[in-house]
Design a protein around this ligand. Structure first.
Ligand code: CP3
Length: 366
């Protein structure tokens, strides 16, 4: 039950809290760094663990999720770990079938087509029952990580999940999902509200299970313009953070929250005032102007172009130095502007992490 999850679990003491301090805008000895998709196919040990296994079955195994989460930490001195899972476990929990098809990506055999299809969805989702396997993965990983670094939990944001549920998979135009916004605004809001309610419970369950920070992925923000973002994304992002924070406060808890709305540079001001401690940035925003536009109100996370990892190591180091100079070393978490790609050199991810630590230590000493 919910109450069992809130009981203390005697987790090992946290040794490196640099990431958590930076999220709260506090001073640190170096700039913390982690990478979106740091657990991934670019690692041979990841490919080996995943070989011949169904993606979502892997997600449902707490032991497998724990192992995949820990793999990158054995290689690189990352300052945070993110639980291995996927954003599409939420539509699954609401009753939709989702499969990971090799060479194609996530696929919904029966996507939502018209508003009446909303009746197919589970409205009241028992997250302990439907997503308990994620909670168990988090609790297990919190033990096995031995307090090395904090563990980040996550969820997809309502609009991004809605777009997958209607498109049925990846898309260039997202025109099926966007058609709903223009043809069926009321049904769209109904779906976004349903998703928001599940996501709030899901994130709270992750914290109860041991997540020490939360990231909300609005990966499909860029296909909305400013007006549609303000109507169909931002209110739900705000509502999620407000409700999660209010509930945690009642329980005497406080967990930093990160919002990553990819390609939403047009909404940076709004995002910096949306109840999240940290705003994650993709590489299309200049660090200095991101700082100016967010007015020091939030910590920032990001935003090296993942493709810069194809550059030679010395060049990666120069790019990192410029990035650090742009963001400054306070209230900053270094990351990529999106996930690591499968064909990237593990060594270059190592060079990225080392460059962040080395340059930032020097900058902070001065
Ligand atoms: O290391 C981490 O970042 C934690 C694990 C994580 C995964 N997915 C594992 C994964 C996280 C945080 C996600 C989130 C996720 N999933 C997002 C939001 C982030 C983003 O990329 O914008 C999205 C859009 C998804 C949906 C999804 N899942 C896609 C588009 C894909 C890629 C499909 C492909 O074939 O490349 C996945 C699969 C997936 N999720 C993989 C991993 C490591 C690769 C497939 C595999 O391991 O077999």
């Amino acid at each position: 039950s919910k109450n069992d999850l809130i009981l203390p679990k005697d987790f090992p003491q946290l040794k490196n809290d640099t990431f958590l301090r930076a999220a709260r805008g506090e001073e640190t000895e170096h700039v913390p760094v982690w990478c979106m998709r740091q657990a991934g196919r670019y690692l041979p040990e990841f490919r080996e663990s995943r070989a011949g296994k169904d993606f979502f079955e892997t997600c449902q195994s707490p032991e497998a999720c724990c192992e995949l989460t820990l793999q990158p930490l054995r290689r690189f001195p990352f300052d945070a770990a993110i639980i291995f899972s996927d954003i599409l476990v939420v539509p699954q929990a609401m009753g939709m079938d989702v499969q990971m098809v090799a060479g194609k990506g996530p696929t919904f055999p029966e996507p939502l087509k018209e508003p009446e299809d909303l009746q197919r969805l589970q409205v009241k989702v028992d997250t302990d029952k439907e997503l308990g396997y994620v909670f168990r993965a988090i609790t297990l990983t919190r033990h096995k990580i031995e307090g090395k670094v904090p563990l980040i939990g996550f969820s997809g944001a309502p609009w991004t999940l809605m777009s997958y549920m209607i498109e049925g998979g990846g898309s260039n135009t997202h025109s099926k999902a966007k058609r709903w916004l223009y043809q069926h605004p009321e049904a769209s809001h109904m779906l976004l509200k349903m998703l928001t309610d599940v996501i709030v419970e899901y994130l709270l369950g992750q914290v109860a299970a041991g997540a020490q920070a939360l990231q909300v992925f609005e990966s499909h923000a860029g296909i909305l313009g400013p007006a549609e973002f303000k109507e169909f994304s931002l209110p739900y992002l705000r509502d999620i953070a407000r409700r999660v924070k209010d509930k945690l406060k009642e329980a005497g808890q406080d967990v930093p929250m990160i919002v990553f709305a990819k390609d939403a540079h047009y909404a940076l001001e709004e995002l910096s005032q949306s109840n999240y401690e940290v705003v994650g940035l993709d590489w299309t925003i200049d660090p200095l102007s991101a700082r100016e536009r967010t007015g020091g109100k939030v910590s920032l996370q990001g935003n090296m172009d993942p493709c810069a990892l194809y550059a030679p190591k010395e060049r990666i180091s120069d790019i990192v130095k410029k990035m650090l100079e742009g963001f400054g070393t306070r209230g900053y978490i270094a990351n990529l502007g999106h996930g690591v790609y499968p064909d990237m050199e593990p060594e270059n991810i190592g060079a990225f992490v080392e460059a962040v630590h080395q340059h930032s230590k020097q900058m902070i000493k001065q």
